[in-house]
Ligand binder design. Sequence first.
Ligand code: HEM
Length: 438
Amino acid sequence: MTSESSESSESPGSSPSSTGGGLNRRRVLGGIGVGLGVGAAAAAGSLLTHDSDSSGHAAPAAADAAEASQIVDFRGTHQAGIATPAQDRLCFAAFDVTTTDRTQLEAMLGTWTFAAEAMTKGRTVPGDAGDLESPPNDTGEAEGLKPGNLTITIGYGASLFDSRFGLAARRPTLLKPLPQLPKEDLDPGSSDGDICVQACADDPQVAFHAIRNLRRLGTGVVTPRWMELGFGRTASTSPAQATPRNLMGFKDGTRNIDARDAAVMGQHVWIGTEEPQHWVRGGSYLVSRKIRMLLEQWDRDNLNDQQNVFGRTKATGAPLTGTKEFDTPNFSAKDASGETVIPMDSHVRLAAPENNQGLRILRRGYSYTDGIDPVTAQLVGGLFFLAYMKSPDQFVTLQRILGRHDALNEYIKHVSGGLFVTPPGLPADKDWGSQLFG
Ligand code: HEM
């Protein structure tokens, strides 16, 4: 089993072995649906604690080790999907709450919790077997697929803490709309949202399946606002992972935070005792940005200029002052003509902690594409930027500088964005509903 030693502890009775050892997708959530009202979460929870025999399916004799190693613990101190080594694929959705009934919302969050927990263990949400008159409860496309290191991470936007559900007094202090930042013109229709869900997995169908089933379980309570598919991670969250390349062909994530470093995560990523709202301590703020790359324009640029835009060498990822990827950039080095080797307007110089009072964020973004622009025939794609931090000000400070001075701006356009608070991980006796409403 993939375990996040620094952040997770499995709830009693919920490990694959204690639930009967069956690790292939099994049906354990019979009868879960929205509108179950109070007690739905508890009912769902009790279903989950049953082994596979209780759902009428035979329990395999022994856990399959290969599949077990693809399960990321769902419960723990922090939510999975933040410090978890970045998986290859993403499906991300933001929802608006359509009900005005607080009880319904709380019940749905309970239902989501237990469905999410099941799916991360490689299980499906069951249909009523043999009932030809009803739609199956699980949409079915993940049947037979491996768990794929699926993580499902929930977040809440500032709008959820308005007057609708009595949550104003529980609003995390720093959760408010981001200020207007330089040179940006974000599309409000595909930005923000009351609730966001980040599903990451090594299999795109597993990630999509997770969002699709939550969306289905949320019918009548939430409606999707926008959704994004990420097809390749653009960040390493641990040096144990090879650094991937973004769509501009550069290694991305070289100097990202090493999420295994608890001290650094505590300093820059996890919300701590500075936050008066106890319930979000151990969580993190999540900034999303859909950043389109002007790929045709970039592809016409010469290599020297491309490297100067980032301040790094394209082939190796080394800083322009070094030879190897992980060499520390020397921001004061000058060439024979007295110019800084790493240009003053290069992306890494402007974003580096050395030049920003030590400020750091945990980047966890993915490449995306929306196909071809029907009018211009240009490729539409870029970076779906996701970053976790202790305070949204970390992003605001960086983006104020990047938005004004970054040489990269010639080749990118921020299209939409969101700010969410992701609460801490769940203990064994809680679900997302009881955590949010207290
Ligand atoms: C399409 C947009 C972007 C692209 C293609 C991009 C790409 C890169 C690349 C290739 C690196 C160097 C390798 C590394 O250390 O990861 C880097 C570093 C970095 N980027 Fe970006 N980035 C983008 C947007 C942003 C934004 C919006 C922010 C934050 C507001 C940001 C923050 C950083 C930070 C903090 C670093 C590390 C700098 C260092 O410590 O050396 N990036 N980015």
